[in-house]
Design a protein around this ligand. Structure first.
Ligand code: DQA
Length: 143
């Protein structure tokens, strides 16, 4: 099984940005956690991060016929991007939405998620572990 993990804007600043919300661990720590877990589970994983909406759309499109599942944290674009929603719908690949923080307990503008409509599951508030639970979800979904 091949899983694409997509991270949106400012997630490369993990460890520096708002550590009280996102924790002190870095983006490299997150990538290592995901890679190690994928190895244990015997799945191939590619991790992609961009601050650019179009680059995220390009990456989702390039997953077509190349990946069996997508884990996506669109970060701020969660709350604004119809383009990312349409891209996930276009490729038809089972996708899990992840947020490190408990977005449902935060500001009103974080209560909308466009991509959620195209996702088989949403995981929030589990910190970095949310990505691992998303991988579990995709593995179970593929059985
Ligand atoms: C986030 C939550 C978003 O509201 C925010 O814009 C982010 C990160 C999260 O992982 O908790 O950048 O997606």
């Amino acid at each position: 099984m091949k899983i694409l993990v997509i991270n949106g804007p400012n997630l490369n600043m993990l460890g520096i940005r708002e550590p009280d919300i996102y924790g002190k661990n870095t983006y490299d720590d997150l990538c290592a956690l995901i890679t190690d877990y994928a190895n244990i589970k015997g799945v191939e994983v590619k991790i992609f991060q961009s601050n650019h909406e179009g680059a995220l759309v390009d990456e989702i499109q390039s997953a077509y016929k190349n990946f069996d599942g997508i884990v996506i944290n669109p970060a701020a674009y969660t709350h604004t991007s119809v383009a990312i929603l349409d891209a996930v719908k276009s490729v038809g690949i089972p996708t899990v939405e992840v947020h490190i923080s408990a977005v449902e307990t935060r500001e009103d503008f974080r209560q909308i998620s466009y991509v959620r409509k195209a996702c088989i599951k949403t995981i929030t508030g589990l910190g970095f572990d949310g990505y691992l639970r998303a991988i579990d979800t995709l593995i179970d979904n593929g059985k």
